[in-house]
Design a protein around this ligand. Structure first.
Ligand SMILES: Nc1ncnc2c1ncn2[C@@H]1O[C@H](COP(=O)(O)OP(=O)(O)O)[C@@H](O)[C@H]1O
Ligand SMILES: [Mg+2]
Length: 409
């Protein structure tokens, strides 16, 4: 069972110790001062046969010990480590070293921990998978909540938009008529003045009245006042349109497979006028297949994202448009070098009516509309942002919409 290597100098280990080691089920190598094996117990022989079945000699175990192990072993008395052998057996190794009288005594204890390490690996990978699943579930739940919120606000918005639409319509058209009436009346007043001339007995009194009532000012201000009111109403009309868009009222465009680059470019044309003075545009279009979608709805998404990107840039900056394919999904990313979004706002930017912009500049509906449209297309919008450096909005869409009856349809 136990072995003493006769060709090597013998170190005086006691018989009791050697007997104890022979029944010990952990591999132990006893060494002399020159690191030669003077004794290997039965467990060491058995372990050597597992580590190197072709040459089952205990020296194979000693060779697994890294050279740097002895320095700490000899200074602090012990070194411990785990070693993966070429045959796949994983060893937990401890090397001990100490002075006994004149002699340096060393020994090595080895344990086969292959099974434990494999179990640990499996546990770790299961744990990682669980964590990934958990994260997926959490984000799905968040999306569901968001969709739910959108749906109820959408209904409300649709109702409000419908109610407001009519009065806005006639206020808008009446303001137009009012402007015509006003200019007719002003022309008449001015004609009276001219026709009466300064000699007419009433003219002094009329002139007095004209001054008291500030008619000259009114004549100048009235058209401007009406124009401003009309502009205001037009802004309200735009908000109502946004609200309808948001709730998808009155949209029955069929799904078509289209080239998204065309949509992006034509949308860019529309908003470019507002951007061209401060924005440098970079395009990195990849090769993408036609995507099944409601094209004008997606253009609306691109438009809102482009407008936001432009508004995030105060003075001068870059907007980068990029597209590509990943698996069965096409992505379009719109990145800006603008102000960025603080962490605490990130969770709210898709909420309807959430805006950080001044009144008249933002309604807080843009991203809510984008969210609804992209969700309807079975896609998603990913956002990454660094405060002070810019934001990237990435719209990811399936190439094909699920057919009716298919999961997710
Ligand atoms: N590209 C962007 N850079 C920085 N902030 C952004 C960007 N896009 C959206 N945001 C933030 O999200 C908010 C909501 O955007 P949105 O729904 O389009 O509404 P609005 O533009 O009318 O404010 C914005 O007010 C802004 O704070
Ligand atoms: Mg916006």
């Amino acid at each position: 069972m136990s072995e003493e290597t006769s060709s090597q100098p013998r170190t005086a280990w006691s018989d009791d110790l050697l007997w104890a080691l022979s029944v010990f089920d952990t591999a132990v190598l006893l060494l002399d001062g020159e690191l030669r094996i003077t004794h290997a117990n039965a467990a060491a022989h058995a372990l050597a046969a597992r580590v190197d079945p072709a040459h089952p000699d205990p020296s194979v175990l000693l060779r697994q010990l890294p050279a740097e192990a002895w320095a700490p072993a000899c200074t602090i008395g012990r070194w411990r480590g785990e070693v993966a052998t070429a045959s796949g057996v994983v060893l937990q190794v401890a090397a001990y070293c100490g002075q006994r009288g004149n002699e340096m005594r060393r020994f090595v204890v080895l344990d086969d921990v292959t099974a434990r390490v494999a179990r640990e690996h499996e546990l770790t990978s299961r744990h990682d998978e669980l964590e990934r699943t958990y994260r997926r579930l959490a984000s799905t739940q968040e999306q569901l909540l968001q969709t739910e919120k959108m749906a109820s606000i959408g209904q409300l918005a649709a109702g409000v938009a419908h109610e407001i639409n009519n009065p806005i319509g006639y206020v808008h058209s009446n303001l137009g008529t009012l402007r015509d009436y006003a200019s007719a009346l002003i022309s008449l007043v001015e004609a009276y003045g001219r026709e009466l001339g300064t000699e007419h007995p009433a003219s002094a009194h009329l002139q007095q009245m004209r001054e008291r009532l500030d008619i000259d000012f009114i004549v100048g201000d009235l058209p401007q006042l009406l124009d401003e009111s009309r502009e205001g109403i037009e802004r309200v009309t735009k908000i109502v349109q946004d609200l309808k868009e948001f709730s998808h009222v009155g949209r029955d465009e069929p799904v078509r497979a289209v080239d998204l680059h065309k949509g992006l470019d034509s949308t860019l044309n529309i908003v470019w006028n507002d951007l061209k003075y401060k924005v440098r545009l970079e395009k990195h279009y990849g090769e993408i297949p036609p995507v099944e979608c409601h094209p004008s709805e997606l253009n609306q998404v691109f438009m809102n994202l482009l407008i936001n990107a432009g508004q995030s840039i105060a003075e001068r900056g870059t907007i980068t448009l990029a597209t590509g394919v990943d698996n069965e999904e096409v992505w379009v990313s719109i990145a800006d070098s603008g102000c960025g979004i603080p962490d605490e706002s990130l969770a709210r930017i898709f909420d309807p009516f959430y805006t950080t912009k001044p009144i008249g500049r933002g309604t807080g509906l843009g991203l809510a509309i984008c969210y609804g449209i992209v969700a309807k297309h079975h896609g998603r919008i990913e956002v990454s942002s660094r405060l002070g450096f810019g934001s990237t909005f990435r719209v990811v869409l399936p190439v094909q919409q699920p057919r009716p009856g298919q999961p997710g349809a």
